[in-house]
Design a binder for this molecule. Structure first.
Ligand code: MN
Length: 334
């Protein structure tokens, strides 16, 4: 069950990152805005790893951690403000392949002398000096595990727990096709090293504020299924967002209920910015590359999960989605 060595073709990148770590002291770790379990888990894992090596490390994000990941060791130290005189030698950008995803208010002083991208998106962050990039990795936490392994650091305690969270979150609890033998071997080793599986699951999935479930009930009443039955969407109005103080983690995962409908291939969640502007989040069961679709609207993402912005009224956006996605459907109507 033990975890193998990093794949041969990644070893060079793993060692390049390690050389940079050894040569510097002050590190900043950041990831995409509205961090998810992978972005936060992997950021905190790298934080614990760097601290273990005696480095100074700051985790920075323009948005706060999701409510259900706040229990993680180090989550309370995540910062969204940097002091004027703070400077960094290395800025690690995790789980983020485009700079805009760091947030429009991402501060200039967060950029250190060196930029290291650690990612599993299909493309890699432009302008990174060094990249540890594996589109086949189940989660960014997997890449942090390789770093720890190559560094000879024992993966236990907070480091183990945060890597486990990253792997579990991005594989949908080890259910998605991205759940590779390597991800499972790592998870197995982490459990063997003391990770308390139920304690983590309980915090992430069994600790919803009642308000979140009430909002879910409201959102599900907006469900629209296309005539062909393969595309379904829900709307999250500005009013609803206001009741949860705009906290995106309070609506995270709702889209999975939409995708779970029999026959549905693509689920969309339309989040209202203004009466004529929506942020659209997509989830696919596999027949549609929603990343490719989102890119036609200037968005980004992966085959099964993507997002973009669209203009128009709710009806117009929904109609455009159903029309546009139809062309991307590669399976015949059941
Ligand atoms: Mn990820």
């Amino acid at each position: 069950m033990s975890v193998p060595s990093p794949p041969e073709d990644l070893l060079g990148e793993v060692r390049a990152v390690i050389a940079l770590i050894h040569a510097h002291q002050r590190c900043l770790i950041t990831s995409h805005q509205q961090p998810d379990g992978d972005a936060l888990g992997a950021s905190l894992a790298l934080f614990h790893l760097l601290r273990e090596l005696g480095k100074e490390a700051v985790v920075f994000n323009v948005d706060p951690p999701p409510f259900n990941f706040c229990f993680l060791d180090g989550a309370d130290a995540v910062r969204n403000v940097l002091e004027d005189d703070e400077r960094f030698d290395i800025t690690f950008v995790l789980d983020c392949c485009v700079r805009e995803q760091l947030g429009s208010n991402f501060p200039e002083r967060a950029w250190g002398s060196h930029v290291v991208a650690i990612d599993h998106h299909t493309t890699v962050l432009e302008g990174a000096d060094v990249a540890l990039h594996d589109p086949d990795a189940a989660a960014v936490g997997e890449l942090i595990y390789w770093l720890a392994l190559e560094l000879g650091v024992e993966v236990r305690g907070a480091l183990a727990e945060t890597i486990y969270c990253s792997l579990m979150a991005d594989t949908g609890g080890f259910r998605y096709a991205s759940t590779t033998p390597i991800a499972l071997a790592m998870a197995g080793q982490l459990v063997a090293n003391g990770v308390d599986v139920w304690n983590i699951s309980r915090h992430i999935y069994e600790d919803n504020p009642v308000q979140r479930v009430e909002v879910l009930a409201k959102v599900l009443t907006t469900l629209v299924v296309s005539a062909c039955g393969r595309i379904a969407s829900v709307r999250i109005s500005k009013k609803v967002m206001k009741t949860i103080n705009g906290d995106p983690s309070m609506i995270d995962g709702f889209i999975n209920y939409v995708r779970s409908i029999r026959g549905v291939e693509v689920a969309a969640q339309l989040i209202e910015n203004s009466p004529k502007s929506y942020d659209v989040v997509f989830r696919s069961k596999g027949a549609v590359d929603v990343g490719a679709f989102a890119r036609t609207f200037g968005g980004n993402g992966k085959k099964l999960a993507a997002r973009c912005s669209m203009t128009g009224t709710y009806r117009e956006v929904n109609a455009a989605l159903i029309d546009g996605l139809d062309a991307f459907l590669t399976v015949p109507t059941p």
